[in-house]
Design a protein. Structure first.
Length: 605
């Protein structure tokens, strides 16, 4: 017996533009039943009766807009349903439970219910146990009874009795800026129930000019850290941080991690949703993997040790449940990049791009770039704090910005295709039109589609206007467009921004394969240390004083560069003994102390 999940994407369902294929071809409808019909009210979208549906999947195939998802889950799952937003909409199965004095990390694709979990456990959303109809949902007493005898039950009891004080850093920080007109210092002060506001702002690098800025005038990173400070300043038992790393550089992420770990050290229960694996690894005592089908359903795996959980996530396989949730071939191997990397297949004569020492200055800011070269088949990672000139360097290489006086020339063996950091999504052009333009020919059904688009998972977005994409979708489309252009070298500025963890893994695997198999050079700026480590053969490390002066090293061998960069972050990496994957050591752990003493921040091969 199975439990049927039929989900309709209400935006994609367009009954006025299609031939009602789902209704026409449904074999159950043909027997005279009403398995799929149009709703009689409102927008008249399709409605699928999950009790009548036999799971044949014909509607899924015939829908021209890919609006339908039908999944068969094991029958037992029906009893584990925690919440469903409405008919034919997203549902969540199982819940992780918070643990006192620990950080529980939630990891999983976008749209698998992480924010829903945060809202439920914080008491902002009462789980309806699947009874979504008006007035049908359970009260807190029933919710408590349903989970009686479990940690989750005890938690809900505290929520019901008003004993579970919760503090949340919401996923979207822009909303805070529109709701609060004051400065960062004022916001933190308002929530400073523990007298720690000043200290927190200091730790998060907000003590200077940023504190006096109005939220609406802050950079994304400043706003994010202000929101983290405000949430951590509250006096609560449960703390939830939904994606605290967005917009922050690696140093700022490390500071956020220290603040969050500090709460657990004080005995608080903390839960963190995060796509940056280094941060999640560093932060979490335990992790819970969310898997399922984005926007259709999500299942919480149950908490595991961080080590087991992260490996399970990267393997795409949960040993305890014997569930494979990602194709084996898409799993992330031990390390994609051996020292020297693919560049070794090509001689020095195979330089795709070389540049002399470059200089550039803006009022109040100056940048110096050490000369270097990138070979065919090589991926160069670029790391450093915000406002040190990484984007400026990439623009000079890509020919978007003129190098300043005193610079040596940028010599290009080939043209460069560039993906800028900030993307414009305000166009009504379709994704297909953008990709066709980049490839110089229709992409659908082409070899390039197979070589590039398939790997980035944007095919189902072809008909969407750019203005209708989420941040993560727009990012994937922009990366695709960049890689579809014919060029000898490719420059990607912060491609992981807004991408979920699964997309980041796909990106790391694909960019490397793309460089190797086509002999292309790639330069990639990113703040996700694990991503940069996985994808690059060599690295450019930025130093200097943010917003004042920046210095870029020439491309350096990866192990030396990682050692220097991790040293400046105060983090150490080891190899996981089972999977061989790079892992970050917990601050103050035995290995962390040993490696720091030896100056060995990065593992040696
Ligand atoms: P995540 O945080 O993992 O990205 P969310 O919990 O935000 O996932 O959302 C899971 C799914 O539930 C998404 O498809 C989202 O569109 C849907 N969803 C979230 N909130 C609501 C709501 N209030 N009504 C209907 N659907 C919702
Ligand atoms: P990063 O990519 O490392 O964050 P950027 O290259 O974007 O750094 O910026 C480095 C510094 O140069 C910042 O202080 C920024 O404000 C300044 N800057 C960048 N572009 C310009 C410009 N066109 N005019 C004036 N200042 C600029
Ligand atoms: Mg979310």
């Amino acid at each position: 017996m199975t439990h049927r999940v039929a989900v309709l994407d209400k935006d994609d369902c367009q009954p006025r533009k299609c031939g009602l294929e789902c209704v026409k071809y449904c074999p159950v409808n043909k027997t005279g039943s009403d398995c799929i019909a149009l709703e009689e009210d409102g927008d008249a979208k399709a409605r699928i009766d999950e009790d009548l549906c036999n799971g044949c999947g014909i509607c899924v195939k015939v829908c021209p807009f890919d609006a339908i998802t039908v999944v068969n889950l094991a029958a037992e799952m029906a009893a584990e349903k925690v919440h469903q937003y409405g008919p034919n909409s997203f549902r969540l199965y199982r819940l992780p439970s918070p643990r006192k004095g620990e950080v529980v990390g939630l990891i999983g694709r976008n749209g698998t219910g992480k924010s829903t979990i945060v809202n439920i456990l914080s008491g902002s959303l009462r789980p309806n146990l699947g009874r979504y109809g008006e007035g049908e949902g359970p009260g807190w007493d029933e919710v408590v009874r349903r989970y009686a005898g479990t940690e989750t039950g005890a938690h809900f009891e505290a929520v019901r009795d008003g004993r579970a004080r919760a503090s949340i850093k919401p996923q979207q920080v822009r909303g805070i800026a529109s709701a609060f007109g004051g400065t960062g210092a004022e916001l933190v002060e308002r929530y400073d129930e523990r007298g720690r506001g000043g200290e927190l702002m200091e730790e998060l690098g907000l003590a200077g000019a940023a504190a006096g800025r109005r939220l609406g005038e802050m950079s994304g990173g400043e706003l994010q850290r202000t929101a983290v400070a405000a949430a951590a300043a509250r006096d609560a038992d449960y703390y939830f941080f939904d994606e605290p790393s967005s917009y922050n550089d690696a140093f700022q992420r490390a500071a956020v991690a220290r603040v969050i770990r500090g709460l657990a050290a004080e005995g608080k229960s903390v839960m963190v949703v995060e796509h940056d694996m280094t941060l999640l690894d560093y932060l979490s005592d335990r992790v819970d993997v969310l898997y399922g089908e984005p926007a259709a359903y999500g299942i919480a795996s149950g908490v595991m040790s961080t080590k087991v959980g992260i490996n399970a996530f990267l393997d795409g396989y949960l040993p305890a449940e014997n569930v494979r949730f990602r194709d084996r071939r898409a799993a992330l191997g031990a390390t994609s990049s051996q020292a020297g990397g693919g560049g070794d297949q090509f001689g020095a004569a195979d330089e795709a791009l070389s540049y002399g020492a470059l200089k550039k200055s803006y009022p109040g800011f100056s940048l110096e770039v050490g000369a270097g070269a990138v070979r065919k088949g090589e991926v160069v990672g670029v790391v450093g704090a915000n406002s040190l000139g990484k984007t400026t360097m990439m623009k000079m290489l890509a020919g978007v910005e003129e190098p300043g006086p005193g610079s040596d020339p940028v010599r290009k063996a080939a043209s460069i295709s560039y993906k800028p950091q900030y993307l414009r999504g305000d166009s009504d052009a379709t994704v297909a039109a953008l990709l066709d333009g980049a490839a110089g020919a229709p992409v659908e059904g082409s070899l390039k589609e197979e070589q590039v688009v398939d790997h980035m998972g944007v095919k189902r977005l072809y008909e969407r206007p750019l203005s209708g994409l989420s941040g993560g979708e727009l990012q994937k489309v922009a990366v695709c467009a960049c890689l579809l252009r014919d060029a000898g070298a490719y420059a990607l500025d912060e491609p992981s921004a807004f991408m979920d963890v699964e997309d980041r893994i796909a990106l790391a695997r694909f960019v490397q394969k793309f460089a190797r198999s086509h002999g292309r050079a790639v330069v990639i700026i990113d703040h996700d240390v694990q991503l940069v480590d996985l994808v690059s053969d060599s690295m450019v490390v930025f130093g200097g004083e943010p917003g004042k002066s920046g210095r870029a090293s020439p491309p350096m061998p990866k192990s030396g560069a990682m050692n220097a960069f991790l040293g400046s972050l105060g983090m150490t990496f080891r190899r996981d003994e089972r999977s061989g994957r790079p892992r970050v050591n917990k601050a103050g752990s035995r290995l962390d102390k040993e490696q720091k003493r030896a100056g060995r921040y990065y593992y040696r091969d």
